[in-house]
Design a protein around this ligand. Structure first.
Ligand SMILES: [Mg+2]
Length: 408
């Protein structure tokens, strides 16, 4: 702080101030009307907040008190103006600015479908019991889930996250807790798993259907995802079952892949925000390269099915993308994109995504198995990929406004 800033801060903390609260039915001209009324008393604005919920407005103005002897006049003038516009007014005398916010700032995003009063009360109560204060509450979205954001101060992010994430599962809501601050707006690389995250399918199962070995492959996949089997061994075992399959099946599988609802919205919006978007997959480049082209992704990496003489050989080529490999690729993409690891977001559903989720600045377990959900920073348990945007503080309104603007 410069000397003059210090003296301004000191002088504000000292001076008598008035909190003027106006509430009632919102109509045009209320805000202008209040400040025109206050202008007659030559007061200065210290802080303003205004909220409108279903047509009801609450406007709070913190202003310096008028010169000595004029406070009574100001009070009666504001009250009669409020009456003339059918609003209610409350004026509270005090000193200085708002009480400084406590140390430790976090943003708590709560997703519910529906968001019950019970869950909201439990989250707010838990914040209070951890020593946090709720400074603001703001709705981010009403569709496809109800998403609200609490700005919390007075408690460190980590203990707050631990407390709330444990509650969330019992309450049937998803809760994400991130540190507030500039870095949140600067997150600039997102890396997603593919199978059961970006797409609804497990690609190897689509291949298996063509090879007539669905049941065998599904069994091995499920065990691997539960963390019971080494990923690399299970990959080799499953790919071996595809030996001899005609290579023309690759095109069929590409056309069968179903994107997760909200995937296009998520990617389109992140690209507008200047994010780089990548995928890493324990599946196959034969599908991920196609997704990269179709969706305009910046990075894609996966295993490659070996094809010889027009048939799958039952082997994969190149470096295997497994649990450790996914985290390594996140680091590589971040380095290539010039983005610090703390400013990355990773999304995945399986045990082989855990290292990547934990290495990222924000790791999101997406409709994941309990073992993954419990180990990740945060979990989304709704089958809409665009809900991840709310964890980044993007509102539904902003997403829709950007889409409309592009259609014009
Ligand atoms: Mg997956």
């Amino acid at each position: 702080m410069s000397a003059s800033q210090t003296s301004i801060a000191a002088s504000i903390s000292d001076v008598p101030t008035l909190l003027v609260k106006i509430f009632g039915k919102d109509r045009p001209g209320i805000t202008a009307g209040l400040f025109d009324t206050l202008a007659a008393f030559s007061v200065d604005v210290v802080d303003i907040e205004q909220v409108v919920t279903r047509g009801r407005m609450v406007l709070c103005a913190l202003v310096t008190a008028p010169p000595r002897g004029l406070e009574g006049d100001l009070r009666s003038t504001v009250h009669s103006w409020a009456e003339s516009v059918k609003m209610q007014a409350e004026i509270i005398s005090g000193r200085g600015d708002n009480r400084p916010r406590g140390l430790g700032r976090s943003l708590v995003t709560v997703l519910g479908h529906p968001l019950t009063a019970e869950a909201t009360g439990a989250v707010a109560g838990r914040i209070t019991r951890t020593g946090g204060n709720i400074d603001r509450i703001f709705r981010l979205a009403k569709y496809p889930v109800t998403a609200v954001e609490f700005a919390v101060s007075g408690v460190e992010t980590e203990p707050l996250r631990t407390a709330l994430v444990t509650d969330a599962a019992k309450l049937g809501v998803d809760v994400a807790v991130v540190a507030a601050g500039l870095h949140r707006r600067a997150q600039r690389l997102i890396v997603m798993d593919v199978d059961s995250t970006l797409i609804q399918d497990e690609v190897i199962e689509l291949f298996a259907a063509h090879a007539g070995c669905e049941a065998e492959v599904a069994e091995v996949t499920a065990a691997a995802m539960r963390g019971e089997l080494d990923f690399e061994q299970s990959l080799h075992a499953r790919v071996a079952l595809l030996k001899g399959l005609d290579a023309s099946v690759v095109d069929k599988v590409r056309s069968e892949v179903r994107l997760t609802p909200g995937a296009r919205t998520l990617i389109r919006t992140l690209k507008r925000l200047g994010y780089q978007v990548g995928v890493v997959s324990g599946g196959f480049t034969q599908v991920t390269d196609d997704l990269k082209d179709r969706l305009g992704l910046d990075f894609a990496h996966a295993n490659t099915l070996e094809i010889a003489e027009g048939r799958l050989t039952g082997r994969v080529t190149g470096e295997i993308v497994d649990r450790a490999g996914k985290a390594r690729l996140l680091r590589r993409f971040a380095a290539e994109a010039g983005v610090p690891l703390a400013q990355t977001v990773a999304i995945g559903d399986g045990a082989n995504d855990l290292d990547m989720l934990n290495a990222a600045g924000l790791g999101v377990a997406f409709n994941a198995k309990p073992v993954v959900r419990e180990a990740a920073h945060t979990a989304v348990n709704f089958p809409f990929l665009d809900t991840v945007l709310y964890l980044l503080g993007v509102t539904r309104e902003e997403v829709e406004a950007a889409d409309m603007h592009d259609e014009d």
